[in-house]
Design a protein around this ligand. Structure first.
Ligand code: MF3
Ligand code: CO
Ligand code: CO
Length: 258
């Protein structure tokens, strides 16, 4: 187990890259609407990232062909932007952005609602956001990584939803995916302890029905719920500070630095 403690200089680099990733999500919001295809969104995102002197980290990552992930409805994660995926009223869509700026990685995603959606979909999206926020509130030196997954799974289950356990959060910053693995379902006080200077993601995927996912055999990436029910996800990149956390991808100033 080797969790990198980042230097001041590295943290500054990761902060800048994370800020850009967050800004991409603000930028794309106006374009997510009925009739638009996800390849068009990917092109806009690609150009925005490149124009800001950064590289979309997903492009060519283990063969992934596009500059972001677009995951609608029953797609849990790693959806590939495509002209054939045309947004319709009521869709819920996760867009996941990972930037490389001056060699540093920032990783964030959020849900978008196309027009008006069902009460169940809204409830799932809101519960998933709350799961991420509960996880973030567990970040402070000395706390166990497992407590992130503990509070997330407890809340998700209480809401009648399930936690995807086949994908996890991860250390991030110097590499795309570093140690540790950040589980979104875990036992209380399990796992390593957080230390100042660690940077990692919290990115719960919460399902309406069964927790299991299946990867599309044709494209090798798109992960869907086995029961075709809905899935939602939010993601932030977090820094452990001396006393708590800083949400590095929070460009809306929604979170206080603690
Ligand atoms: N951004 C995703 C994450 O949160 C990873 C996407 S990898 C890709 O870890 F290859 F699917 F793009
Ligand atoms: Co991630
Ligand atoms: Co991501």
């Amino acid at each position: 187990m080797n969790i990198i403690i980042k230097t001041k200089e590295q943290i500054e680099g990761i902060r800048k890259s994370s800020k850009l990733a967050g800004e991409v999500l603000l930028y794309i919001a106006d374009f997510v609407k009925e009739g638009v295809n996800t390849y068009y969104l990917d092109q806009l995102i690609h150009n925005y990232i490149v124009e800001h002197n950064a590289i979309p980290a997903t492009m060519n990552y283990n063969g992934f062909p596009k500059s972001c992930c677009t995951s609608p409805n029953d797609v849990v994660c790693h959806g590939i932007p495509s002209e054939d995926v045309i947004l319709k009223n009521g869709d819920i869509l996760n867009i996941d952005i990972t930037t490389i700026l001056n060699g540093y990685f920032g990783d964030t995603s959020k849900m978008f609602i196309v027009g008006e959606t069902s009460d169940t979909a809204m409830r799932l999206v809101n519960a998933t956001k709350h799961c991420m926020d509960l996880g973030i509130q567990q970040v402070r030196p000395g706390n166990h990584f497992g407590n992130i997954g503990y509070v997330i799974s407890r809340y998700a289950i209480a809401q009648g939803f399930t936690v995807v356990y086949e994908y996890c959060g991860h250390g991030v910053g110097i590499e795309f995916h570093e140690e540790p693995q950040v589980d979104h379902a875990a036992r209380k006080n399990s796992g390593p302890k957080m230390k100042p200077g660690m940077t990692f993601t919290i990115e719960p995927m919460i399902n309406e029905g069964k927790p299991r996912v299946k990867v599309d055999e044709t494209d090798g990436w798109t992960a869907r719920t086995v029961d075709k029910k809905l899935s939602a996800q939010f993601e932030h990149t977090i820094l452990v500070t001396e006393t708590g956390y800083e949400v590095l991808t929070d460009v809306a100033n929604e979170y206080q630095i603690s």
